[in-house]
Design a protein around this ligand. Structure first.
Ligand code: ADP
Length: 478
């Protein structure tokens, strides 16, 4: 394991070295290539000027060779070249190297320019070349009156970068590159430490936050400022994790206390009844025994509800999925509930669109709507109205159970699907509710990939809306 700042520094240094090396190599190669070409062409032009100058000398001397050609010696010296003039039989007429010519070393071709000599570059002039000692020789014909009268060999330094000045130019360039490399390395180290600090500081803060979460010290979470999207998202995710864990923790604590509370009341009643009967204070009359029995039934119901809820929530629930005709199912439920509602003088109406089908477990769907209708019954007073609507809209099956009952206070609305939550505990307990019914209902709806929502106004009524995906609405049977 390597710390992020060391890793970053390594990468930065590597990238810097590679970049400078690439620039160095490319610049050297490019310079060598273009420079060499330029010098070669320039040399050729200068050679042509020398040949033209020699032809001019022949012209001035009527095609003969004489001592005036010795002027070539200072010329060769000035240009840093060697000139060897030969007649057509190969006899050397003049050889500047044998006459104390200048040691080469000056980059040739440039001294000749602008002195008015020669006729410029002669294209197509035949020449051959060879190397001798450190010189590269080229041979050119010399013409007088369109007749070849002599041959001239011009020798120049082999190395293109021959002069001390030029060599020092290349050296300086490369020294500058090495300097640039060191400078770039120093900058890379600085930038890498800046960058690693920029990323590390918030990352370390997030790490500390995670440690606090692990120690269950959620109040110790630091605020992390970072302009980096990913780090900001990481920070937000840890905050979210902390929030969820706290919620879970609170839920767990509340659940334990709620269960204890739910069990305590019926058990205390049972205990006092039975104690009184054992002590002979109370006669075990059928009425008292039946009261004890009711409490036991309530306890069993509560435990059954809890175990059902836990199995639904732990996704152990196995849904027997088929294509269910929701319209038929709802009609049946409404019919079944009709006598019960009539008994309380509540008008129960079903506005049910035909053939609304969904994929689901018929028994579980039944349970969902029986729960909702039972609540509507429980929380609607006599002469109230309950309406069940089933319709298909925009690819969804929508079932609404509306009542004109007591309604739910706005403060209670967000919590009614939570375990043991009762809007009005005394009234709910009277009606036998334990606050688990809607939790189970919601879990079952969600197991069907559906959604459940509620709208309510105290003393006006409540509407529960359950939405599922439609299943092949045009097919009439499964
Ligand atoms: P309970 O067994 O207490 O009815 P539920 O989970 O079914 O538990 O409901 C939770 C709470 O939501 C109830 O205690 C009640 O306050 C409120 N509630 C549910 N349905 C209705 C309704 N149709 N009208 C008014 N209040 C309702």
């Amino acid at each position: 394991m390597i710390a992020i700042d060391r890793q970053l520094r390594r990468y930065f240094i590597l990238v810097t070295v590679i970049s400078v090396l690439v620039i160095f190599l490319l610049a050297n190669a490019g310079m060598n290539f273009f420079f060499t070409r330029y010098v070669r062409e320039s040399n050729l032009r200068s050679d042509n000027k020398v040949v033209s100058y020699i032809e001019d000398l022949y012209q001035a001397n009527n095609g003969t060779f004489n001592s005036s050609f010795h002027v070539l010696v200072p010329l060769a010296r000035g240009e840093g070249i060697e000139i060897r003039l030969k007649d057509l039989s190969g006899n050397v007429l003049l050889d500047t190297s044998a006459m104390g010519g200048m040691p080469w070393g000056n980059m040739s071709g440039r001294g000749m320019s602008g002195n008015g000599m020669g006729h410029g570059y002669r294209k197509g002039m035949e020449s051959r070349s060879w190397e001798k000692e450190d010189l590269l020789y080229r041979e050119y014909p010399v013409y007088f009156d369109s007749k070849k009268v002599a041959l001239v060999e011009i020798g120049r330094g082999k190395s293109v970068i021959s002069s001390a000045q030029d060599r020092s130019f290349f050296l300086t360039m490369n020294v500058l590159y090495i300097g640039a490399l060191f400078l770039a390395l120093v900058i890379a180290v600085f930038i890498s430490s800046y960058v690693s600090k920029k990323f590390l500081r918030p990352l370390l803060a997030v790490k500390r936050n995670i440690e606090s979460i692990a120690e269950n010290k959620h109040n110790r979470l630091e605020t992390v400022e970072s302009s980096t999207t990913e780090i900001h998202e990481l920070y937000r995710a840890t905050r979210e994790l902390s929030r969820t864990l706290q919620e879970q923790e609170n839920l767990r604590k509340r659940l334990t206390s709620d269960i204890a509370h739910e069990l305590r009341t019926p058990l205390a009643t049972l205990q006092s009844y039975l104690e009184a009967m054992i002590d002979g204070v109370w006669q075990p009359t059928p009425e008292r025994l039946s009261h004890c029995y009711d409490e036991i039934i309530r306890l069993t119901g509560l435990i059954n509800n809890l175990s059902e809820l836990s199995s639904i929530e732990s996704e152990e629930i196995l849904l027997n999925m088929t294509s269910v005709d929701l319209s038929k199912l709802m009609k049946n439920i409404v019919d079944t509930f009709q006598p019960m509602f009539k008994g309380k003088d509540i008008e129960l109406t079903g506005i049910i669109q035909e053939d609304v089908r969904i994929r689901g477990d018929a028994a579980r769907l039944n349970q969902i709507f029986v729960n909702l209708l039972s609540n509507a019954y429980k929380y609607t007073r006599e002469k109230g109205k309950v309406t069940v609507t089933v319709k298909a809209a925009q690819g969804k099956a929508v079932v609404e159970v509306s009542d004109t009952g007591i309604g739910i206070a706005a403060a209670d609305l967000p919590y009614i699907f939570e375990r043991f939550y009762r809007g009005d505990p005394s009234r709910s307990r009277e009606s036998g509710g334990s606050g688990i019914g809607l939790t189970i209902t919601k879990a079952l709806v969600e197991a069907h990939n559906g959604t459940i929502s509620v709208e309510s106004e105290p003393d006006k009524g409540t509407t529960f809306r359950v939405v599922f995906d439609l299943h092949n609405i045009f097919k009439s049977s499964s």
